[in-house]
Design a protein around this ligand. Structure first.
Ligand SMILES: [Zn+2]
Length: 205
């Protein structure tokens, strides 16, 4: 426990050196000119799935919202507090990002909780949250296959946000479905043409 905390203190020192010190630093630039990310990622809270690390990004490259099981909730304009939807609005409407990546992953604890079934004594919020991607008549109870199907539900939810739907229709925004396999550290991108997930490489579009 102590060693992992020491690790982050040392990591912070390295961050300061690499990104923040000096007049030419990335942080100074981003402070002077503001953030202009072109890519947004919806990813899971899972400690093994950090988009900025997996994609080797610098500060300012990615606008990220993380939640349990990387879910895009339905478009619900009501008085409830919609954190993920607010992040989507900020990224898409105000930062005008061009690519929205929905990043699922293998061994997802949130999806596993959904497959394990609801027990009202078990938790306060998790079951209710992951029920957003509960799918009827799904032929699989494999957690990884289910996680991929859940990405489709999130994708459908995206298109119910009017400003997302408009931007996709006008080619101002592209939505990507990606799946990160933890064991191999490999991303698979859903191909609309082939209707299946294929390894992400430099030619993926
Ligand atoms: Zn997860």
């Amino acid at each position: 426990m102590q060693s992992s905390f020491k690790k982050i203190l040392e990591g912070y020192q390295a961050f300061r050196k690499n990104y923040a010190l000096g007049d030419q630093s990335i942080m100074k630039y981003l402070s002077d000119y503001g953030q202009q990310p072109k890519i947004m990622v919806v990813s899971c809270c899972d400690s093994r799935v950090d988009p900025a690390l997996i994609l080797q990004c610098d500060p300012g490259d990615l606008f990220v919202v993380r939640n349990v099981a990387n879910i895009v909730p339905p478009y619900e304009k009501d008085d409830a507090h919609h954190g993920t939807s607010a992040a989507l609005e900020f990224g898409i409407q105000f930062l005008k990002i061009k690519h929205l990546i929905l990043l699922g992953h293998s061994q997802c604890g949130g999806i596993q909780a959904l497959l394990d079934g609801h027990d009202e004594n078990k938790n306060d919020f998790i079951d209710s949250w992951v029920s957003l991607v509960k799918l009827d008549n799904v032929p699989t109870h494999n957690v990884d296959n289910y996680a991929k199907l859940a990405l489709n539900r999130s994708y459908e939810n995206c298109l119910n946000f009017p400003w997302i739907k408009d931007k996709v229709a006008n080619d101002e925004l592209r939505i990507h479905l990606w799946f990160f396999d933890i064991e191999n550290g490999q991303i698979f991108a859903y191909s609309d043409i082939d209707k299946k997930y294929k390894p992400l490489d430099l030619n993926t579009f």
